[in-house]
Design a protein. Structure first.
Ligand code: TEU
Ligand code: CA
Length: 564
């Protein structure tokens, strides 16, 4: 299947709280997005994914929704959102919005009712269970740390929350709840949006036997995510959603399913599955976590990246999904550290080169690019020295479960937070070098990264060699070259620890992508069959070098050759 608009699209992800503040209250908003649409469009972006802007107590920055039909006062009004849709459509761009189905806020009227008594209509909208002799129903660990169960005194039962305590999980076995959710989805689609990114969808189905599972040494709960992730039953739910809602609209749907295997992925978004159009998974984002989970959950662990692991991970999806399903291509989002600090090199000397290398290696692959705000200007992780500068509930639970329980030192935890925290991606967008980076005229809800003086949109736009123009060029090339959209992928030198090299082939066209992933100089022997006298360079991050059987690659050098 080829030729769908979303296969040829370039998505730009916006985290509204941190993008642009239009009314100077320190919080980004919908009108701020509207102000910047021309900036985004000139990058070559054709569609936006905007993270949640619904009414919310903001325990998890809006993923905890207390009214699906209202816009948070922080972000504006429904009229603002309708204007955003219109302004996008006038520019021939599209909008997908976040659809959060796994949970609501504990301040949602459904949950307030649900808590009231065991026999009210909404009780069964959530997952309530009796305790086990004074203990929670199971020993499962929440993604945000601590137990997935929270005790409720009034009715003497526990409710499940796989994220924060303020995000009770919905019970997708309940038919009325599903009907209410489908109506909500239709309501939004009737407003003219072009699709959904479906949040945490892999968790809609749980193991209702709630078995206790082994607890790793030194830890309190069991990180047995498979009890509530990517279980087969979830596909029945998604199929029903497609039948009842999605299939009646000309839209795109992108599911988010952390931990989905290749088989799972094809189940979620295979061309003939009637589920989603694409899937977001994180295999390639987690290749530098270690198994040292003696006192912190896996996501806070670290080891050095082994490049062949990354090649294997990305290539596996490139190859296995061919003719079966369509890939998403992304390095970062609002839940990941900044890729430039994560897999690149954020030092002054190598920032630009490594950022261009990362863009080259990923965005010439097969699939739809999803870039994250600030990636195109080279934003980096932030290294706050105080825990109190962070805003993410996940950081607070980590701190509570380790430092406050005397399990780890403050320094240790801060170092892990520097590497992994989601707030790395959530500092305000850096527009220029004026106070607060031109994001707002007042102190923002989270501190600006101090490197905004150098790293900002204004500097990027004033320099033809900048990352912004490099991204623009990549997207232009993709748009003009079907081979980069539909061409077949083949990996070379899969065990080489430094070089990432692959080809894209389509009809009689062939392209060769070569990058040096690290900072040392490398002698590279290019396989003979790829070397061709007429090869020429399409894009590179240095003064280019002609294709030859022997190449000497400079730090982070990236080159794309046309071989025909
Ligand atoms: O993230 C979901 C998420 O991180 C997990 O579902 C993921 O699949 C898991 O870590 C895999 O092991 C989304 C949002 O992107 C995030 O910002 C929210 O905090 C979260 O859902 C809850 O809504
Ligand atoms: Ca604002």
């Amino acid at each position: 299947m080829i030729g769908k608009w979303w296969q040829e699209a370039v998505f730009y992800q916006i985290y509204p709280r941190s993008f642009k503040d239009s009314n100077d209250d320190g919080i980004g908003d919908i009108r701020g997005i509207i102000e910047k649409l021309d900036y985004i469009k000139s990058l070559g972006v054709t569609a936006l994914w905007v993270c949640p802007f619904y009414q919310s107590p903001m325990d998890d920055q809006g993923y905890d929704i207390s009214d699906f039909y209202k816009i948070s006062k922080d972000y504006g009004s429904l009229e603002d959102l309708f204007q955003l849709i219109n302004e996008l459509h006038e520019r021939k761009m599209r909008l997908i919005i976040d659809l959060v189905l796994n949970h609501t806020s504990d301040e949602h009227p459904w949950f307030i009712e649900s808590k009231r008594s065991k026999d009210n209509k909404y009780r069964d909208y959530y997952i309530w269970q009796q305790g086990n002799n004074g203990k929670p129903p199971s020993n499962w660990e929440s993604f945000f740390g601590g137990s997935v169960w929270e005790y409720d005194k009034k009715t003497d039962e526990y409710y499940m929350h796989i994220f924060s305590q303020k995000m009770p999980d919905l019970n997708w076995n309940n038919k009325e709840m599903r009907r209410d959710m489908f109506n909500m989805m239709k309501w939004w689609l009737d407003k003219g949006i072009d699709g959904f990114r479906v949040d945490a969808v892999s968790h809609l189905n749980k193991n209702w036997d709630f078995p206790n599972r082994p607890i790793p040494k030194g830890r309190e709960y069991s990180p047995c995510y498979d009890e509530f992730s990517n279980r087969l039953g979830v596909h029945e739910r998604i199929k029903e959603m497609t039948e009842e809602v999605f299939s009646n609209y000309d839209i795109v749907t992108v599911g988010e399913a952390g931990g989905a295997s290749i088989v799972d992925t094809i189940n979620y978004c295979g061309y003939h599955r009637n589920e989603f159009n694409m899937l977001i998974t994180f295999d390639h984002c987690w290749l530098d976590v270690s198994d040292d989970i003696t006192y912190v959950p896996e996501k806070w662990t670290y080891k050095k990246l082994h490049l062949p692991d990354l090649k294997k991970s990305l290539s596996k999806y490139q190859v296995s999904l061919y003719n079966k399903a369509w890939n998403t291509l992304f390095w970062s989002n609002h839940d990941q550290p900044r890729v430039l600090s994560h897999y690149g090199n954020d030092s002054d000397a190598f920032r630009l080169l490594s950022a261009k290398m990362l863009a080259t290696v990923l965005y010439f692959m097969r699939g739809t690019p999803f870039i994250y705000q600030g990636e195109e200007i080279g934003m980096t992780n932030v290294y706050f020295s105080n825990i109190s500068d962070y805003r993410d509930v996940e950081v607070f639970t980590l701190y509570r479960e380790t430092v406050l329980k005397n399990i780890a030192s403050k320094e240790d935890i801060l170092d892990r937070v520097h590497k992994r925290s989601r707030d790395n991606a959530r500092t305000p967008m850096q527009w220029d070098d004026t106070a607060y980076a031109g994001f707002s005229k007042v102190k923002p809800w989270i501190k600006v990264n101090p490197n905004y003086i150098d790293i900002n949109v204004k500097n990027n736009l004033n320099n033809m060699d900048s990352l912004y123009y490099y991204y623009q060029k990549i997207f232009k090339i993709r748009q003009d070259t079907k081979a980069f959209i539909y061409g077949k992928y083949a990996l070379y030198l899969e065990d080489d620890p430094n070089i990432f090299m692959y080809t894209r082939t389509y009809k009689n066209e062939c392209y060769l992508i070569i990058v040096n992933f690290f900072k040392h100089y490398i002698h590279l022997q290019v396989p003979n069959q790829l070397v061709n006298e007429n090869a020429f360079i399409i894009i590179s991050n240095y003064e280019g070098q002609r294709l030859n059987t022997k190449l000497y690659l400079r730090p982070y050098e990236a080159i794309v050759y046309c071989l025909n």
